[in-house]
Design a protein around this ligand. Structure first.
Ligand code: ATP
Ligand code: MG
Length: 315
């Protein structure tokens, strides 16, 4: 993407002061500006609406937003999609062959349902050779809940006969203490992808920071707006890399709820529309986990049962 190397200051009409205001308003890249409305940018930065209209138009030119792409080009991009094994044939099948690159896959479920275990597993399997269902790549994890455990990675690496220390050296973990940091780490992940063959970006958890920071109805719209922008950044991350993005999400936990679905994922339709694969996890018999594929555009809604073992996820 051409705009990777272009600074905000390179936009006609943006001097150092305006660039500063844009960054303070969290418009950090040309794409972020190009995909926003001038009014919104003006509100967030205090820059006049006239200037913002001009800045957005210039950003759109550079970011090539609104360009059409031909069907054969699209088909070629689809042809580049690769599949990553989860360690369970049943779960792979449920997903149409494995976790897809260029898409967001979301695992949601209550506490202890195995979301974090699956993320650990994928950080290992992404390193396997292609013949073994891996992508021969590195993994990046944005850890918002401090649940990354190197010991788990080691056990899972040994489960595949891999050198645990080498496997750990190909996993890049960033702790995010709040939603702003979480969002910035996606830009960092893109930088990492220039240095290493990053094939997986995991976010565990996608929504917990947003949920904690935006409590109550009054701030719901603002929260959804931010999640939307975060999801957009994830899409951009995948445009620049042929990597898979896997996120975890919790369910609304309100056992007293008389109405509504108690198993609804957080983030509502914004997360739902951007995640191409949504898998609902629930605890099954004898330590198993039931995975249910929800609203996929081209796969039937069906289930797979997995086991979480010391050596990782298996059938
Ligand atoms: P939360 O919403 O709290 O983040 P989660 O869905 O991420 O929950 P996990 O942490 O992935 O849940 O799952 C924890 C469960 O994984 C444990 O209860 C246990 O059943 C299983 N587990 C964890 N470590 C091991 C292990 N070494 N061997 C076997 N099973 C394990
Ligand atoms: Mg977890």
């Amino acid at each position: 993407m051409t705009s990777d190397v272009i600074e905000l200051e390179d936009l006609p009409g943006v001097g150092p002061a305006a660039a500063e205001k844009l960054r303070e308003g969290r418009f950090l890249s040309i794409e972020a500006i190009a995909t926003e409305s001038p009014a919104k940018i003006s509100d967030a930065t205090g820059i006049g609406i006239g200037s913002c209209t001009k800045i957005v138009a210039e950003a759109r030119k550079i970011a090539e937003i609104g360009e059409f792409i031909t069907g054969d080009e699209l088909e070629k991009r689809r042809g580049e999609v690769e599949k990553l094994t989860t360690g369970s044939n049943g779960l792979n099948e449920l997903l149409g062959g494995g976790i897809e690159t260029q898409s967001i896959t979301e695992f949601y479920g209550e506490f202890g349902s195995g979301k974090t275990q699956i993320i650990h597993q994928l950080l290992v399997t992404v390193q396997l050779p292609i013949e073994e269902g891996g992508l021969n790549g590195h993994g990046v994890l944005i850890d918002t809940e401090n649940t990354f455990r190197p010991e788990r990675i080691k056990s899972m690496a040994e489960g595949y006969g891999l050198d645990p220390v080498e496997v750990l050296s190909k996993i890049h973990v960033g702790r995010a203490y709040n939603s702003d940091q979480q969002m910035l780490m996606v830009d960092k992940a893109l930088e990492l992808a220039e240095k290493y063959p990053v094939k997986l970006l995991g976010i565990d958890s996608l929504t917990s920071a947003f949920r904690a920071e935006f409590l109550g109805r009054g701030t719901l719209a603002e929260r959804q707006q931010k999640i939307r922008s975060h999801m957009r950044d994830l899409d951009k991350f995948m445009e620049g890399t042929n990597a898979a993005t896997v996120v975890t999400n919790q369910v609304h936990s309100n056992p007293q709820a008389m109405f509504g679905d108690p198993t609804k994922p957080v983030g509502g339709h914004i997360v739902g529309h951007t995640s191409k694969f949504r898998i609902y996890l629930r605890k099954g018999k004898a330590g198993t986990r039931v995975c249910r594929l929800k609203d996929s555009p081209h796969l039937p809604e069906s289930e797979a049962v997995i086991s979480v073992l010391e050596e990782g996820i298996r059938d």
